[in-house]
Write a protein that binds this ligand. Structure first.
Ligand SMILES: Nc1ncnc2c1ncn2[C@@H]1O[C@H](COP(=O)(O)OP(=O)(O)OP(=O)(O)O)[C@@H](O)[C@H]1O
Ligand SMILES: CC(=O)C(=O)O
Ligand SMILES: [Mg+2]
Length: 761
């Protein structure tokens, strides 16, 4: 019985013995490629483990008759199985083999190792199943290693994996889990390399992505890495794109892996120098040659030593593209401009410069809309545009929010797009990296429909205890938002319902009467309430900044403010103009009477308790009793609201939602529309996070629900923290719902694991 295999005993043919990862590491080892030494616990060892300990029967018993569509029962079953695996005593001979091998790996010393899951059936047809098992970096000592092996084993039984196998009718014991126990490479830099450019499928180019510290952040997508493009034949670097690497993974003083804030001087510093990039490219070429196919490689630099920690064929290249394309000149095309990538996707088209609002009607389907900054009046033109470029703005400016919602690629904060780009010239916009190329790099698309990013339905629903909701700014996108499978709308903005009419609400009131204004709100809200029914929809009352309403017909009386972000907006303006707020509340009341019981109400930019009391009084006047007739909540988006959360809770609200866009700008004094300070904008600033943590704590103690609907709700690293602190729901942008759902699921599972671990202690 072979319980352990060393890398020199393994080749690509040994997936059944060592799992996919183990086999591929063995193949590379034997090809004399630089791989850190490792041994693998075999599939035989796994099967021996679950049979010898009687776990197989225990697991069968737990899963017998389980209704996997009942999420509570599924989660419970998964917990029970995993607990059983993680707490059982390992058969003595297996334990001994692992301990002896670990000892041999370290030449008698307790060294740091990575314990990595390697499943025998990783490449099941459904790709989303792969990569679901866990990897533990920096394990040390017999106990930690044995624990980590058992945890790798148990990661075969996540709720999602159980659900998947049940649905497909697969036997739970068909797959075996092998654990690769590998010497850690102490990463100074790490990342991935593609030996064929996966974006344009050009076989003459290699792409390297690099970040500081361990590669976890690059693989999981929490760090945006530097990207280097290499011409394969000439071994020449043809493009260097240095990203802002806000966080990095390191080994801390206790010897544990930790995600930390990147030291300021390294955030925008290029990760790899030319020598290191070219050395990497050389090894990449060797690996591609050895496997005779395009490869996706994970690498680590420890000082000047280069290590390969994973290599697998790239499976996403399409057949046609697998031949040489002419895309090279296109991708090598001149870079005209760089800015902040604000909405992903790549589109080409002709530049349409909009220097004056009157010109917005000139935008035709497929144009690249270029302007200083978009305003709500431009939305009709934005809907036609294939991509959008602005001079001003950061990640949460108007152009960025609306583009993400429309699924249109967008680059903001270029500072000079309107000066550099010429009307009618053809450009390509990479909305993810924030780059504008000369010419048509990607296929030209002529209408929005084709250009839209696909909203992908989850075929295997991931089950989360935390609700995953979606933000909606324009009622027109309600269907697209609902198709994400989100559990509801965490933020329905009112602004666009008004802006869509082109007329100032005061003018509607004065000239057509209050009934007409009520109708405007009803029409907008109903579209969304319908699309989501019976899923809950949280309507937020108008948060109208003066600068945006000025352009409306009848908007000439809007005050001219020096700093509209700190001006007459939010609920304070609502209370100054109760005649408008009443119309909003009346609209909600009528809709609820018509059966839309899924509507809730939320007020923006709260700064004191009195505002809450007054809104309740206005509600009463129109016959809508907050909290008894309808769930009622507030936005926590000023430091004031966060700091007096005790008083707010006492006054009485059903829920609060973090508006991290505003909260961040007010806490760290960064006007979110000012591109000159955009680089300092940090939703994960410790001060912002501290306020949020405090509010969640107080709310939990008082049974008040918490949510987030600012941009932070679409950022994996922050969402992980929010879930750990116990937030009730997350509301993300349409394009982020899917990612956030899996981030939340992973985090919840980690929390469960940790609690089991602690209980054991
Ligand atoms: N021996 C090692 N030394 C340093 N870093 C390592 C080592 N093994 C793994 N890593 C880092 O951890 C990352 C993740 O490891 P691993 O490939 O095991 O997990 P994964 O990518 O989640 O799994 P999968 O490939 O199955 O989807 C690697 O990309 C690499 O950066
Ligand atoms: C969503 C919102 O209003 C904010 O983040 O400020
Ligand atoms: Mg706000």
């Amino acid at each position: 019985m072979k319980l352990i295999a060393w890398l020199d005993e393994l080749t690509n043919e040994d997936v059944d013995i060592a799992g996919g990862k183990g086999a591929s590491l063995g193949e590379m080892w034997n090809a004399k490629l630089p791989v850190p030494p490792a041994f693998v616990t075999t599939a035989v060892a796994y099967r021996y483990f679950i049979e010898e300990t009687n776990l197989k029967n225990t697991i069968k018993h737990i899963l017998e008759g389980l209704d996997v569509n009942d999420s509570k029962k599924l989660i419970k079953a998964s917990e029970d199985v995993r607990k059983a695996i993680e707490t059982v005593e390992m058969p003595e001979d297996l334990k001994l083999s692992i301990v002896e091998s670990y000892n041999k790996l370290g030449d008698g010393e307790d060294i740091f190792v990575a314990v990595r899951s390697s499943a025998t059936a990783e490449d099941l047809p459904d790709a989303s199943f792969a990569g679901q098992q866990e990897t533990f970096l920096n394990m040390k000592g017999n106990d930690e290693v044995l624990d980590a092996v058992r945890k790798c084993y148990s990661s075969l039984f996540t709720p999602r994996a159980i659900f998947y196998r049940e649905q497909k009718g697969f036997d739970h014991f068909e797959v075996a889990l092998c654990a690769v126990v590998q010497k850690m490479a102490d990463a100074d830099e790490a990342g991935v390399m593609f030996t064929v450019n996966p974006i344009n499928q050009n076989h003459d180019q290699m792409v390297v992505e690099a970040a500081w510290g361990y590669g976890e952040g690059v693989v999981s997508g929490t760090v945006s890495p530097d990207t280097y493009l290499i011409a394969k034949g000439a071994e020449k670097i043809t493009d260097i794109n240095v990203a802002s690497k806000d966080t990095m993974f390191i080994k801390n003083e206790e010897g544990k892996t930790e995600e930390i804030k990147t030291p300021a001087e390294k955030v925008d510093l290029q990760v790899l120098n030319e020598t290191k990039i070219l050395k990497l490219a050389q090894v990449g070429k060797l690996i591609e040659k050895h496997y005779a196919q395009p490869m996706d490689i994970e690498w680590v630099y420890e000082g000047d030593e280069l290590y390969m920690v994973q290599a697998r064929p790239i499976t996403t290249l399409d057949k046609e593209g697998a031949k040489k394309t002419t895309a090279e000149e296109q991708y090598d095309a001149e870079i005209l401009l760089k800015g902040i990538g604000a909405s992903p996707g790549t589109m080409s088209g002709e530049v349409k410069l909009i220097l004056d609002l009157d010109q917005i009607g000139d935008v035709v389907d497929g144009d690249i809309l270029v302007t200083k900054m978009t305003t709500p009046d431009m939305v009709p033109g934005m809907k036609k545009a294939a991509a959008i470029i602005t001079d001003d703005g950061g990640l949460t400016c108007h152009a960025a929010i609306i583009s993400r919602e429309l699924g249109t690629p967008c680059v903001v904060g270029t500072k000079k797009a309107t000066q550099i780009l010429k009307n009618g010239e053809t450009v390509t916009v990479d909305g993810e990296k924030g780059i504008i190329y000369s010419g048509a790099v990607a296929k030209k698309q002529n209408n929005m429909e084709q250009g839209q990013q696909q909203v992908i339905y989850e075929s295997n629903p991931i089950i989360t205890a935390t609700d995953i909701k979606v933000n909606v700014s324009m009622p027109e996108v309600a269907e697209r938002a609902a198709a994400t499978g989100a559990d509801g709308v965490g933020l329905l903005r009112a602004e666009h319902m008004i802006l869509g009419t082109g007329v100032h609400p005061s003018k509607i009131l004065n000239e057509q009467g209050s009934e007409a204004l009520v109708e405007v709100f009803i029409e907008g809200i109903k579209k969304v309430a319908d699309a989501f029914y019976p899923r809950p929809v949280t309507y937020r009352t108008l948060d109208a900044p003066t600068d945006e309403f000025m352009g409306l017909e009848g908007g000439q009386d809007e005050p001219h403010e020096q700093n509209p972000m700190m001006g007459w907006r939010g609920i304070r303006r609502g209370l100054d103009q109760p005649e408008i707020l009443s119309c909003e509340l009346k609209a909600i009341k009528r809709l609820r009477e018509d059966g839309y019981r899924n509507l809730n109400i939320m007020i923006p930019l709260v700064t004191n308790v009195d505002e809450i009391r007054k809104v309740k009084a206005i509600g009463k006047e129109v016959g809508l009793n907050m909290r008894t007739d309808i769930e009622f909540g507030i936005m926590v988006e000023t430091p004031a609201a966060a700091l007096i959360i005790d008083d707010i809770v006492k006054e009485g609200v059903d829920f609060v939602s973090f508006g991290t866009n505003d909260l961040t700008q007010y806490v760290i004094a960064i006007d979110r529309n000012n591109e000159f300070v955009a680089k300092y904008y940090m939703e994960n600033h410790p001060a912002v996070l501290k306020l949020i943590e405090h509010v969640i704590k107080i709310c939990r103690e008082n049974d008040v629900k918490t949510s987030v609907c600012g941009q932070a709700g679409s950022r994996p690293a922050i969402v992980e923290k929010l879930v750990e602190w116990g937030i009730t729901s997350i509301s993300s942008n349409i394009d982020a719902v899917k990612t956030i759902r899996s981030v939340v699921a992973r985090t919840e599972q980690k929390i469960i694991l940790d609690s089991i671990r602690n209980a054991k202690k």
